[in-house]
Ligand binder design. Structure first.
Ligand code: G3H
Ligand code: 13P
Ligand code: ZN
Length: 326
């Protein structure tokens, strides 16, 4: 069942975070749906209520143009039929104004992100406001972004990029957005922190205090880049250096401060890369795509269960279903 992110956040706020996972292809989609029902090896496995979680499936502009956006929509609609117990939102990740309108008009997306965070405050408000008006008219909710994600690789380390709490209050009030992505020290990709850098919980706390009670926050760039997966990649011929991410132990403290949506893409790519590299290393005579694909779907499903456990969303699916009926 497709719901809005707002409906998911109402249940999660202050208690746990909902995982927002990017998808690009069929194997990722199947692994994601299985994982959120606690199934691993087969679609026919029984649903495991203790592991089942609501989730957000997010689609970037890159994913939409990788093959054709219509393939993604058809795949997701089919997954919704194959796995009828799921509860999820379909969300556009990092949309431009044009991409947002396309998704709003499609009648398929339940949530869009307008990312005008590169603009100055008044322009960001103006663009976000326009998207909010078009989206709300169709019952679709809007995530916006304020502040810019850093990146140690670009040497962006100062507080200049972090979200200013006072600006966040003005932005939320004037733009009418339903959730806000805040910059609190993370960055996209596999190389997030060097040395002592980490999440700025002090800034997050200030943002939560100044915004209306219960206003949902979003954390981008939240992959944990587990050493285990980086080592598996490198042991199978990869060359990843100094990769580091957000410690998973920090997800729940962030959720307690209002972070309802935690964006994870890189970790899924690491699982994909490790499984495929190992598969070709261990069976060099193989040229069939299905053996590594089968291993990947199972490994990704297991990884989603692990992530949801760290986010606190594992085991919440039936409670969400009940709350939606009230
Ligand atoms: O924040 C960006 C996501 O990781 C999506 O990445 O644009 O390469 O699909 P992508
Ligand atoms: P990661 O690069 O940490 O996976 O972040 C993904 C993200 O923020 C998608 O919008
Ligand atoms: Zn992002």
């Amino acid at each position: 069942m497709i719901v809005t992110t707002k409906q998911l956040f109402q249940h999660a706020y202050g208690r746990y975070a909902v995982g927002a996972y990017n998808i690009n292809n069929l194997e990722q989609t199947v692994g994601l749906f299985r994982g959120n029902l606690g199934k691993s090896k087969s679609n026919a496995d029984p649903v495991d209520a203790a592991k089942s979680a609501p989730f957000i499936l997010q689609i970037s502009r890159g994913a939409r143009s990788y093959t054709d956006k219509r393939f993604l929509e058809a795949m997701i609609r089919t997954a919704d039929q194959v796995f009828p117990e799921v509860i999820f939102a379909v969300h556009l990740d990092h949309g431009t104004e044009e991409a947002c309108y396309d998704c709003i008009e499609s009648g398929f997306y339940s949530s869009v992100m307008i990312d005008a965070s590169h603009e100055k405050l008044p322009k960001n408000i103006e663009i976000t406001r326009r998207v909010v008006e078009r989206a709300h008219a169709k019952g679709i909710v809007v995530e916006a972004e304020l502040g810019q994600l850093g990146g140690v690789e670009e040497d962006v380390t100062g507080s200049v990029c972090l979200t200013d709490p006072a600006e966040a209050a003005e932005f939320v009030e004037k733009s009418g957005c339903d959730s806000l992505a805040v910059a609190i020290g993370t960055s996209h990709g596999a190389y997030k922190f060097a040395g002592k850098q980490g999440l700025h919980f002090d800034v997050l706390e200030e943002i939560q205090k100044i915004l209306p009670k219960g206003f949902p926050l979003v954390m981008h760039g939240s992959s944990s880049v587990p050493k285990e997966w980086v080592e598996r990649i490198n042991n199978a011929g990869g060359k990843m250096k100094s990769a580091s991410g957000v410690p998973e132990e920090q997800y729940l403290p962030a959720a307690k401060l209002g972070v309802c949506k935690v964006n994870i893409d890189t970790d899924g790519r690491l699982v994909w890369c490790a499984i495929h590299r190992e598969s070709f290393r261990d069976d060099p005579a193989n040229f069939d795509l299905r053996p590594p694909g089968t291993l990947f779907m199972a490994a990704y499903a297991d990884y989603i269960v692990h992530k949801n456990t760290m986010l606190g969303s594992a085991g919440q699916l039936e409670a969400v279903r009940k709350a939606l009926k009230e």
